[in-house]
Design a protein around this ligand. Structure first.
Ligand SMILES: C[S@@+](CC[C@H](N)C(=O)[O-])C[C@H]1O[C@@H](n2cnc3c(N)ncnc32)[C@H](O)[C@@H]1O
Length: 202
């Protein structure tokens, strides 16, 4: 799928994501736990409608990227509601150029499912993070449960076409191959959801 089509798919889902900001489902418990560690100069890639904003510490300096103008509009509203300062960048994370080692915390939640090259994005996250900084990830992927993983594989093509995300990413495999050092990890939903606290490999 070309990037323009994928961007439009996400544009159309912006209102759904805005509702998720308010509807405090199970993902909010994961976000809260993970983002308790966020501090300093924070970069969030593929920010969506700004669901994570309420978990950042007061006074944090936040830079947020997304390629969907409709998502960024919702994220702008969320930032106003939370009364936090965010610098927004409209752009494709895979092609983004940011200063190396310039962020204390780099955050990605539910975005590795979307990129054509998640391995490249993980390398970028490591590059943009300060050597003594942290990379915080909440990602979903292929379950360790055989039955669920079969379903995920079967539904992956249609899900990708309609929603814009893959269901069958090997998230822990990608992280193992990435230039990051995992410091803490938690897994949920039959090994399909991963909370990762990592630092860049220097
Ligand atoms: C599944 S949503 C997750 C949104 C948000 N991170 C969250 O936790 O709710 C994926 C987001 O990634 C964005 N996205 C996907 N591919 C992207 C890319 N290559 N560059 C920038 N944003 C991208 C989409 O527009 C969408 O907002």
């Amino acid at each position: 799928m070309d990037i323009q089509r994928q961007r439009k798919l996400f544009d159309r889902q912006a209102s759904k994501y805005e509702m998720r900001v308010r509807k405090r489902g199970r993902d909010h418990q994961w976000r809260k736990r993970l983002l308790l560690s966020a501090k300093g100069n924070i970069l969030e890639v593929s920010v969506g409608a700004g669901t994570n904003f309420s978990y950042y510490p007061q006074g944090a300096s936040i830079t947020a990227v997304d390629f969907s103008p409709a998502m960024l509009e919702k994220a702008r509203e969320a930032a106003l509601e939370e009364n936090i300062q965010v610098e927004f960048i409209l752009g494709n994370v895979e092609a983004l150029e940011l200063p190396e080692h310039s962020f204390d915390t780099v955050v990605s939640t539910l975005s590795m499912c979307a990129y054509p090259n998640p391995d490249h994005v993980l390398r970028l996250l490591s590059k943009w993070c300060r050597n003594d900084g942290q990379i915080l990830l909440l990602e979903h992927g292929l379950s360790t449960n055989r039955f669920l993983s079969r379903l995920q594989k079967a539904f992956d093509p249609v899900y990708k076409k309609r929603i814009g995300c893959h269901l069958n990413r090997d998230i822990m495999g990608l992280i193992e191959d990435a230039p990051v050092i995992v410091q803490r990890e938690e897994h949920a939903v039959f090994g399909a959801v991963h909370l990762i606290w990592a630092k860049p490999q220097s």
